[in-house]
Ligand binder design. Structure first.
Ligand SMILES: O=C(O)CCC(=O)C(=O)O
Length: 242
């Protein structure tokens, strides 16, 4: 455990080969697919991170993001994934870590839309305590061609770079050199944890299968309270930091 923690602190990300068993992954996949098809119930939480008008010429979403899916299906919160990821977050960053929000990001087959380089903290309000850990859980085998995560190991000074917005609720992005970026393929049930200041990216999905990921974001309880006081609950319109 200690070496995983020091790797996370040093690089700003770490890989955990097995967070969930295949049975646990299968039960998550079933809930996940149900939410993906529930267009009406998820409309207020849903966007296409690929930007544009939200659809490509075939009228399909390319990178479906559903924020706070557990507000639509609260049974999700009882899934083992939430419990084990929380324990990891506490082990990595301290016992005051709590779940801030969950989100789904699905890359549809043959859509080839990348998630551009960004730092998650660019999406968030400024917080005095900057500890955060996002657990990115693979629900499919992920590799470069279907959009596994890439990370740039953190530098000592990891300020938030200027970010711009792809149109129509698309992803935030920034300019960065990516010479030393590392791709992290995973098996279903494997995960990565990354810090809110760590630069990351994924290529588009050029395969004929989905690339499903469930992401759980953890931060100190007090910072979640601060966000909520300011009306930030990760469901509504984004407040982009400038
Ligand atoms: O799933 C992806 O392609 C991007 C995920 C991401 O940016 C994140 O989890 O912060």
């Amino acid at each position: 455990m200690e070496n995983i923690r020091s790797e996370f602190i040093k690089d700003g990300f770490v890989k955990i080969d097995t967070l969930l068993s295949i049975k646990e992954v299968e039960s998550l996949q079933a809930i996940y697919d149900e939410l993906l098809t529930e267009k009406e119930k998820t409309r207020h939480l849903r966007s296409d991170l690929a930007g544009g008008d939200g659809f490509d010429s075939r009228k399909i979403e390319r990178i479906t993001q559903i924020m706070r899916p557990s507000t639509v299906l609260p049974e999700l919160l009882k899934h083992k994934a939430y419990k084990v990821a929380l324990q990891w977050a506490k082990d990595l960053l301290g016992d005051d870590m709590e779940l801030d929000f969950d989100m789904m990001i699905n890359k549809a087959p043959n859509t080839n839309a990348e998630t551009p380089w960004h730092q998650d903290a660019a999406y968030w309000i400024a917080m005095p305590d900057k500890r955060s850990a996002s657990c990115w859980i693979a629900l499919d085998e992920v590799f470069e061609e279907n959009g596994c995560m890439w990370f740039i190991p953190k530098k000592e000074k990891n300020d938030i770079l200027p970010h711009k917005n792809l149109p129509n609720g698309g992803a935030l992005y920034c300019e960065t050199k990516a010479d030393n970026a590392e791709s992290i393929p995973l098996s279903p049930g494997g995960c990565t944890f990354h810090d809110g200041h760590t630069l990351h990216f994924s290529k588009g999905n050029s395969t004929e299968f989905q690339r499903r990921a469930l992401i759980l974001n953890f931060r100190p309880k007090k910072m979640i309270e601060l966000e909520r006081e300011q009306g930030v609950d990760h469901t509504g319109q984004r407040k982009q930091r400038t």
